[in-house]
Design a protein around this ligand. Structure first.
Ligand code: AHR
Length: 500
């Protein structure tokens, strides 16, 4: 019997709903086809947004959506994407497949999408190839209420009311595709550009996200923070609200990556081991952030994460389209448990990407749409949004096939929602063994337990021919005990228990 302890008396931090956030880039078939089909499409849509996709995304309660990139953001000139569609500039999407970008999805369409989803907005500005004036005018266009050139332009384009920008990224990956800057140069640029990301409404602060490190580039974190902190304006408030971190899981390394669907047991454990590396990254970048910001006022914003495999055979390599299996479900479950457990510092995370790109929650083909195994994990974990992380621990053993890539058999996190219901999410990384769990819940007698699970063999996936093979199923295996609850978690599974 594996022992687990849950102590609801110890609430550790609030799990910001934005940890369950998503990312949409002008890349491949993410925006066009995946989300936006245009008002005249035969595919059912509201103001151009696919109804099936929007409805499915509402079910998992998408809390925030980052847009327009990614690498695309630092080449995006927002004025290309406003005004009458027929006169919008057609450009080449140089980063992603060299295809024509007709700019039919721009600022107005993004805010319409967020309105339909009922989610918060995270706009990523162009620091790499755009000017300070361009960034400043975009913020004015989106948020200024009253008489101003940009507010007038917005009204002329059909939207009198300003929108609400919740988060604004001051550049993306500026150590790479966003201008190949060194940390000191970027940090000074950040100081300058962010000055003109103004709060036009006294009662609404746009949270500014500074470009953070690629994976384990701790030097970047240190340098950027020292330039932005030691010599910055005395009042830190509003200068920097978040520092980003990007980390993708490539089982065979960046060059080879590896197939999304054709993999063996060794690669299974290697992939999960790499997913678990997220914890080390959060701890080590977090320790550097603590030196500057011990009160944890600045959020770590993991605004790109997920699996990145070799794209599906026969698809445009620049479109990053990949299938999604139980392995992705485990990566999602493991990573979200890590984010929950570090929610004192991790304030937002955005899975890359929402539809048809990388570890997507939804895949589309023409008028068809499927929910991936990752979608179902987000569906089960949605109850953690805005809940309080509760102290918990579970006994683990080390499993796996290769010495270098061993993993713990189980990961978990527990939260308490506003109604006092406890939500336990657990992943079983083992491909062979189920585990009997005996969970002691301190000072709480449980009256009712409900469960749901995503489980199947490791390569199981949903296809357009077999759309619901992997999905959330009812889990009846949990029993209330005198001290808490006991259950058996099957091999290769992600579980959610609701305890009242
Ligand atoms: O998500 C795909 C790309 O990965 C993004 O555009 C970029 O920011 C990152 O390198």
């Amino acid at each position: 019997m594996t022992k687990m302890v849950i102590n609801p008396n110890r609430k550790l931090s609030r799990i910001n709903r934005e940890i369950y956030g998503h990312f949409s880039e002008h890349l491949g078939r993410c925006i066009y086809e995946g989300i936006y089909v245009g008002e005249n499409s035969p595919i059912e849509n509201v103001n151009g947004m696919r109804t099936d996709v929007v409805e499915a995304l509402k079910e998992i309660r998408v809390p925030v959506l980052r847009w327009p990139g990614g690498c695309f953001a630092d080449e995006y000139h927002w004025k290309d994407g406003i005004g009458p569609k027929e006169s919008r500039k057609k450009i080449v999407n140089t980063h992603w497949g060299g295809v024509v970008e007709d700019n039919s999805f721009g600022t107005h369409e993004y805010f319409e999408l967020c309105r339909q989803l009922g989610c918060r907005t995270y706009v990523n500005g162009n620091l790499g190839s755009g000017t300070v004036q361009e960034m400043s005018e975009w913020v004015e266009y989106m948020t200024f209420e009253g008489v101003s050139p940009m507010a007038e332009l917005r009204e002329k384009n059909g939207h009198k009311e300003p929108w609400k920008v919740d988060f604004f990224g001051v550049g993306n990956e500026n150590w790479g595709c966003g201008g190949n800057m060194n940390p000191d140069f970027y940090a000074n640029e950040y100081r300058r550009y962010q000055t003109y990301v103004r709060d036009y409404k006294a009662d609404h602060h746009i949270q500014k996200i500074c470009c953070g490190a690629n994976v384990d580039d701790y030097e970047w974190t240190k340098e950027v923070l020292s330039t932005c902190f030691r010599h910055s304006i005395p009042a830190q408030h509003g200068f920097m609200d978040g520092l980003s971190l990007h980390y993708y899981v490539h089982p065979e390394g960046w060059e080879i990556k590896g197939s999304a669907t054709d993999f063996d047991e060794k690669t299974w454990y290697r992939t999960l081991n790499k997913a678990l590396f997220m914890e080390e990254l959060i701890c080590r970048h977090g320790r550097i952030m603590d030196e500057f910001d011990p009160e944890k006022k600045i959020g770590m914003i993991v605004d790109e994460w997920g699996t990145w495999f070799t794209c599906e055979p026969g698809t445009n390599p620049g479109f990053l389209y990949q299938q999604n299996t139980m392995r992705d479900a485990l990566v999602a479950g493991i990573t979200l448990n890590i984010f929950n457990r570090h929610s004192d510092r991790v304030k937002m995370a955005n899975l890359a990407q929402i539809v048809n790109v990388l570890q997507a929650v939804i895949l589309t083909e023409g008028d068809q749409m499927i929910r991936t195994p990752t979608y179902h994990v987000f569906d089960m974990y949605k109850y953690h949004q805005d809940a309080s992380l509760v102290d918990s621990s579970v006994e683990t053993e080390i499993i796996g096939e290769e010495e270098e890539w061993k993993v713990p058999n189980l990961t978990e996190s527990v939260s308490e929602d506003a109604d006092g219901t406890l939500h336990l999410t657990m992943t079983n990384l083992s491909l062979e063994e189920s585990f009997d769990i005996d969970a002691l819940i301190v000072d709480r007698s449980i009256r009712e337990v409900k469960g749901e699970i995503v489980t199947d063999e490791m390569r199981a996936m949903n296809t357009f021919e077999d759309q619901d093979r992997v999905r959330v199923k009812k889990f009846d295996g949990a029993q209330i005990t005198e001290s808490g609850v006991k259950f058996t978690i099957p091999a290769c599974s992600v579980l959610h228990l609701e305890l009242r």
